[in-house]
Ligand binder design. Structure first.
Ligand code: ADP
Ligand code: MG
Length: 326
């Protein structure tokens, strides 16, 4: 089982940023409103997330570190309409198999806060029994020395600065998709970012830029069970902004050919040659219309009706863009 976990780890957690994504998605799934993220050495030495979510009951703590133990789906039908970010139940097991991990949590059962917090620790898959711990609320997870004892993976890690850049980009995506959640980011003991809870405009201004929001075109279009909303960067925003292209499907950041093609098409007539539009757009659709199961890292999606999505994106975005150029 340990080997299976380590192999899975190579797929699910390529690098510190992907482990961090698993941790943060768990915190968001737990309904957290305040996330504190502490990293050391680009996340290779320490990834720590402190959340204020619902916590984990003592009896479920060890289970949480086991493979395919998920509290989020109960049946195969559920799998077709996952509403949570995680659902495979392999994130924590994978991370625990290639690091020293400590998971401390205080369960909050709809306002009934349990008397103690509990902590479990795992050292490269070897788990210790839960012990009582001190924690006011929520869950705190620490991942130490990810891949340090797995030479075959360790050699793929880049410099701390590069690994940190990947973590920072990951955090930005999650923060844009969850503006109602406060994020605090600390790296090597230094405060990097604090994004107060607010709306999308406020969050996008903090992350993408004031200018992007000020000149941006608000989008909110619907058709049937499809909805597209967010901010489309002004074609006149004076920079090439490939780094500021954020697209989310049902709350998940994705990079998808159908989407990219549709957006390029919608922007084609209004954008100067060789420029890239910035955007922060959210597509919402019936969960059954999109397969998020394509790959464990879940950056790709597969639409059931990609032609319809393609046309909807072009139509909605062109309509929004026409309002400003008219
Ligand atoms: P998944 O997210 O796919 O269910 P994970 O391995 O990421 O699987 O997590 C296993 C389980 O641990 C989750 O289903 C959830 O019940 C619990 N869990 C993990 N992190 C947290 C957290 N921060 N707050 C509350 N519960 C958590
Ligand atoms: Mg998860």
């Amino acid at each position: 089982d340990h080997l299976v976990n380590q192999i899975a780890a190579g797929e699910v957690v390529e690098r510190p940023a992907s482990a961090l994504k698993e941790l943060l998605e768990n915190s968001l799934d737990a309904g957290s409103k305040n996330l504190q993220i502490e990293l050391q050495a680009g996340g290779t030495k320490l990834l720590k997330v402190i959340d204020d979510g619902c916590g984990i009951a003592k009896d479920d703590l060890e289970l949480a570190l086991h493979r395919h133990a998920t509290s989020k789906i109960a049946s195969m039908e559920d799998l077709a309409r996952v509403g949570t970010l995680g659902f495979r139940g392999e994130g924590l097991a994978s991370i625990a198999s290639v690091s020293r991990l400590s998971l401390t949590s205080r369960f909050n059962d709809n306002g009934q806060i349990s008397q103690y917090a509990w902590r479990v620790e795992a050292d490269h898959g070897r788990m210790l029994d839960p012990e009582p711990a001190a924690l006011a609320a929520g869950t705190t997870i620490e991942v130490h020395e990810l891949y340090h004892q797995v030479p075959a993976r360790k050699k793929f890690l880049k410099s701390d600065a590069t690994e940190y850049a990947h973590c920072a980009a990951m955090i930005e995506r999650l923060a844009l998709a969850n503006p109602q959640v406060q994020f605090t980011v600390i790296h090597n003991g230094r405060a990097q970012n604090r994004w107060q809870a607010g709306d999308l405009n406020k969050r996008a201004a903090a992350i993408i830029g004031e200018e992007f929001v000020k000149t941006g075109i608000p989008v909110d279009e619907g058709f049937g069970n499809l909805r597209l909303y967010g901010i489309a960067g002004s074609p006149t925003l004076g920079k090439s902004s490939r780094d500021a292209q954020f697209f989310f499907v049902n709350g998940r950041f994705v990079r998808d050919k159908v989407v990219q093609h549709a957006l390029r098409e919608a922007y084609r007539d209004v954008l100067h040659h060789n420029m890239h539009a910035a955007f922060c757009l959210f597509l919402e659709l019936d969960p059954e219309g999109v397969d998020v199961n394509v790959h464990p890292t879940k950056i790709e999606v597969r639409f059931r009706e990609s032609q319809a999505i393609y046309r909807f994106l072009i139509t909605s975005l062109s309509k929004a863009l026409a309002k400003t150029t008219a």
